[in-house]
Design a protein around this ligand. Structure first.
Ligand code: F6P
Length: 380
């Protein structure tokens, strides 16, 4: 343990929670303290920084939390530059920066997904404060890292759910639709779909053709298969919806903002909204086309709950201790990513604002096709 004081860091968790947040807080705090750095916990994401709600973190507080789900600091999707205060949206960046200085922080460590990466960079660029981030999300869609923490745990939960759906589907000869989280990126649905042996996997990145899916299900029936499992990501769009959305996007860029709002409201009729039950609609239509009874299971927030997998516990501990090492070297305005199985610092500028979606030529897609999984497009 270093005896000399080596500064103070603040740590917060922002955005949707996931398994592994406590494991990372523990690793960052223990490694930082090992290097003589004091640690201050900030409650409920960036809102806690704006409202100056903090707690001192010592060794005993981070002891025994490696396996605990959620985040003991609390989380929120609030951003200092767009804070809701008494029903109004207010820019509180200055207040956040003032509190950072009051706390005499040398760096703000932010655990979060894409939104958090952007907010952290903004605080650095607009407020002049030091930040260091870690890539958290079950969506696995943060740039400049091969994997985010939380993804493996969520994939294990979704895979187990698909396994369980297999047995009941086979008993009743049904089509089982399983809705998996992921609005823009289909990593979770694709990973769990392959691991669970889903017969159809639909992703936001590949607009689906309902007839292609129905034909695949009918072919399975004719081959004597008594049931089918369809894994769908929250953000899937059909081919027609994708075309309508592309047209609306074109119009909105060509014409100004006012027209954009009108165009978007028209397009929204054909495009899934956040809370729309994508899987239910799909089930109704497939039941009709394939002539087989369909049932829907939406996994929802179950995917974000509970204890992290051993893989995530190890990853979180590696991420967190690497962060501690970088903080001791006073290397700031970076994210810790995993590349070729090594934890490395990457400039935050290269991460913020970029969503890592599944590329059309990704090997997992080839893998899925080679085991006769339908991805909803023409390629068979
Ligand atoms: O960003 C992670 C994520 O889990 C998405 O996959 C999901 O759509 C979203 O969060 C749900 O967020 P909330 O908990 O705010 O409803």
């Amino acid at each position: 343990m270093a005896s000399k004081s080596n500064g103070t860091i603040g740590i917060l968790t922002a955005g949707g929670d996931c398994p592994g947040l406590n494991a990372v807080i523990r690793a960052v705090a223990k490694a930082a303290m090992h290097h003589g750095i004091k640690v201050v916990g900030i409650r409920d994401g960036f809102r806690g920084l704006v409202e100056n709600r903090t707690m001192p973190i010592d060794n005993s507080l981070v002891s025994g939390i490696l396996t605990q789900g959620g985040t003991f600091l609390g989380s929120s999707r609030d951003r200092p530059h767009k804070m809701e205060v008494a029903g109004r949206i207010v820019d509180k960046t200055e207040v956040a920066v003032r509190n950072y200085r009051k706390l005499k922080l040398d760096c703000l460590v932010c655990l979060g997904g894409n939104g958090t990466q952007k907010t952290a960079l903004r605080l650095h660029e607009r407020g002049g404060i030091n930040v260091l981030t870690l890539p958290k999300t079950i969506d696995n869609d943060v740039a400049e890292t091969d994997i985010t923490f939380g993804f493996d745990s969520a994939m294990a939960i979704a895979t187990e759910a698909i396994d369980r759906l297999h047995t009941t589907a086979s008993s009743h000869q049904r089509i089982m639709i399983c809705e998996i989280m992921g609005h823009d990126a289909g990593w979770l649905c694709l990973g769990a779909g392959i691991a669970g042996g889903a017969d159809v996997i639909l992703l936001p990145e590949i607009p689906y053709d309902l007839e292609v899916v129905a034909r695949h299900l009918l072919r399975r029936q004719r081959a004597g298969k008594r049931f089918s499992i369809v894994a769908v990501a929250e953000g899937i769009v059909s081919r027609e919806e994708a075309k309508r959305k592309a047209a609306a996007d074109r119009i909105s860029h060509e014409l100004g903002r006012e027209t954009r709002l009108i165009a978007q409201s028209g397009a929204a009729e054909g495009v899934h909204l956040v809370q729309e039950a994508v899987a239910s609609r799909l089930a109704r239509r497939l039941q009709h086309l394939a002539g087989v009874e369909a049932r829907v299971t939406s996994l929802g927030h179950v995917q974000r709950g509970g204890s992290p997998t051993p893989f995530d516990r190890l990853l979180c501990t590696r991420f967190g201790t690497k962060a501690g090492e970088l903080l001791a070297e006073k290397r700031y305005n970076i994210m810790v990513g995993l590349k070729s199985n090594v934890c490395v610092p990457v400039p935050l500028k290269k991460v913020a604002g970029i969503k890592r979606v599944v590329p059309v030529n990704h090997p997992w897609l080839t893998t899925a096709r080679l085991v006769e999984t339908c991805l909803g497009d023409e390629v068979e």
